[in-house]
Ligand binder design. Sequence first.
Ligand code: NAI
Length: 339
Amino acid sequence: GGVRTPQASSPRFGSSKRGNMVSCGAAKVAVLGAAGGIGQPLSMLVKMLPSVTELSLYDIQGTPGVAADLSHCNTACKVKGYVGDEELAACLEGCDLVIIPAGVPRKPGMTRDDLFNINAGIVKGLAEKCAEICPNAILNIISNPVNSTVPICNEVYKAAGVTGASRRILGVTTLDIVRSNTFLAEECGVDVDEVDVPVIGGHAGITILPLLSQMRPKVSLDPNRIEELTVRIQNAGTEVVEAKAGAGSATLSMAYAAARFAESCLRGLQGDKVYECAYLESNLVDGVGYFASKVQLGPNGCEEIFEVGEVTEFEQAGIDALVPELQKSIAKGEEFAKK
Ligand code: NAI
């Protein structure tokens, strides 16, 4: 697939493909948590992006090895490893985009919220450094629970006096869209490259709400199947956690999804209009200050947040059910950040 340029009147929010392999920028990207299950394949995919000229890999362990390994790949991008707190500032210096997959993943039986106690502190610490060293960089937050870690980052930036950052602090929900596109292409027997399913709400359980009524191409699905597919998309992460049986959660599909989202952010920085879904601060939906939405990316991160649009009764019931759940996760993150 080549580059698909969505028309402004009818953007595709979940099907951007890899760029055209022509370097049209000179971006510095950092991956924090780069030695992990997501961090390693993600760093490799980012090293393959022509617009990235510098890649900084940070972790509390292992990055000298990962960086040495990746540095032998013959792409133009220079890779450097940083390890430990005292090297974090140098890693972040001059970054255009910072991708954060640092933290522990789920084991069978765990919800994403069960990760809060460990990951909230990790993300808070990393966000404090980003706010200080590269306050204008775009952040891509992967560490779970995303529904809470994105509010934590926003609170950290506000406390640091960085204003207007909420459009640059983006929770990565791309894997939900990637999964939806894959499952619906299989279900409907259509070319996966043609499928585009927007996913809104949040990134945990029932807060993940695929809008199958807005799927492209237009297909007609039985209401029972719509419900089953919605539940499968909401639990798809758990499918992987169970299949890995204690060895972690999605890493390869997540790295794929995060690399696609990062590339979209970089294309936006270079002036392209790019359409994706992401979880960010907004007042789009009554009662919640954060919502995963259809967005247009550009030089300032998210340039535009799109209305939810027309939904079915089933989808509206999904929104009504997810709002209180999202409220709790947001409040938990905000309270933690203020402590
Ligand atoms: P992992 O345990 O394999 O890797 C995490 C890495 O973070 C490790 O290398 C660890 O040393 C590092 N780390 C820990 N504390 C750190 C700190 N203070 N600074 C820098 N690095 C630190 O875990 P995995 O599988 O890579 O998952 C990472 C996170 O991504 C988890 O929170 C997981 O829940 C989340 N995730 C999010 C998804 C999404 O759709 N947004 C999908 C899948 C996972």
